[in-house]
Design a protein around this ligand. Structure first.
Ligand code: ADP
Ligand code: MG
Length: 354
């Protein structure tokens, strides 16, 4: 049986804007499996939107090749397929709904302006189906200005999904909704894309968003002015075994502790630590808050300067000789602010690859 085509396959993509000194994107390689949800996580301004725009056909990259569903859409700076013929749905960061069109008209727009084989009755059925899926049947005649941020986002999503694209691109889809709504919209999004069977590439600077939704997280690191993917793996692997400092810091709170490694042991200011990966000489060890345990001890040199209740236990921020460290409390009662104690690392740790 022939292999199914990858919904997205990017090879060696590089782009530089006119008059810029550096490449905004450098040698990007990324592939999506059918039905996969990949999140690109990177700091603001690193080139996330530019990458999505290149895939959608709104920016022509200078070098490299993009295949969508096995077909080359752009290669070596030449467009092979224009944006409207790429079978892509895109939700922009500000949603970009048409302000003069109703919710119904906005969703139907995707069907009239993309190449689709649906007749008029099928198109109407599809719009009604999407209104139901986003639970907005009663809002069909509203204008975008009469909707909340979360509702606008759902309409933008429905408009993008209407022509049944093989690939959905999401640009910071939750940036404009509050935290409570974010989780609820995230769950709806996850159900909707699985139901529709569409592959998704989302870009975000928010790790919680990326980790909550994606099957894989790709870290876009801004190395000396150019963005490069330094790791693409499951959320668990990115969190537990980050490829470099940027991946460690973007994927969660991390103390990067100096160490002198000898195989699977390392000497540090927190004592001897067991390592997950063998290493030699001067190294940086990744300490996540749940690996650092604080216990009250008048001889200790860590001082509690803040604490927050996490449901199961308290996360505490300590001032230490090597800076501020997030840890968890070992004691039955949470330590008061100003308490002095010892930090102890009780799990094997990951050494950043050099
Ligand atoms: P992100 O989405 O990660 O915040 P962008 O892709 O929007 O980042 O932008 C990456 C960099 O490219 C920024 O420095 C931005 O100023 C620059 N940039 C974006 N669009 C253009 C453009 N059309 N012309 C020139 N520079 C641009
Ligand atoms: Mg952006």
């Amino acid at each position: 049986m022939p292999e199914p085509h990858l919904p997205l396959d990017i090879c060696n993509l590089t782009h530089r804007f006119a008059k810029a000194d550096d490449d905004v994107l450098y040698n990007i390689n990324l592939a999506l499996e059918p039905g996969e949800f990949v999140a690109i996580l990177g700091p603001s301004g690193c080139g996330k939107s530019t990458l999505l725009r290149a895939i959608a056909g709104l920016v022509t990259p200078d070098y490299g090749c993009i295949r969508i569903g096995g077909e080359i859409v752009v290669a070596s700076g030449r467009e092979k397929r224009p944006a409207e013929a790429r079978q892509i749905g895109m939700v922009f960061q500000d949603y970009a709904l048409f302000p003069h069109m109703t919710v119904h008209e906005n969703i139907a727009f995707g069907l009239t302006h993309q190449q689709t084989k649906m007749n008029k009755a099928e198109k109407e059925t599809r719009v009604l189906q999407l209104l139901e899926l986003i639970e907005m049947q009663n809002f069909a005649d509203r204008m975008p200005s009469e909707l909340s941020g979360g509702q606008q986002q759902r309409v933008a999503l429905a408009r993008a999904l209407a022509p049944k694209p093989q690939l959905l691109l999401l640009d910071e889809p939750f940036a404009n909704v509050d935290t409570n709504l974010r989780q609820c919209l995230g769950e709806q999004l996850q159900m909707l894309v699985k139901q529709e069977g569409v592959s998704v590439l989302m870009v975000t600077h928010d790790r919680q968003e990326a980790f909550a939704l994606a099957d894989k997280v790709a870290i876009l690191d801004n190395c000396m002015g150019s963005a490069k993917i330094v790791q693409c793996d499951t959320p668990e692997n990115v969190y537990q075994q980050p490829a470099n400092q940027c991946a460690a810091e973007l994927s969660g709170p991390a103390l990067l502790l100096d160490a002198d490694a000898k195989g699977l042991k390392a000497e540090t200011l927190l004592g001897e630590i067991t390592l997950l990966n063998p290493s030699k000489g001067k190294s940086k060890i990744v300490i996540r808050p749940e690996m650092a345990k604080f216990s009250k001890n008048t001889l200790g040199n860590a001082k509690v300067i803040a604490r927050s209740y996490q449901g199961k236990n308290y996360r505490i921020l300590c001032e230490t000789e090597f800076g501020k460290v997030l840890a968890e409390s070992n004691d039955a009662t949470p330590p008061a602010l100003g308490t002095v104690g010892l930090l102890n690392i009780d799990a094997p740790c990951w050494v950043l690859p050099s």
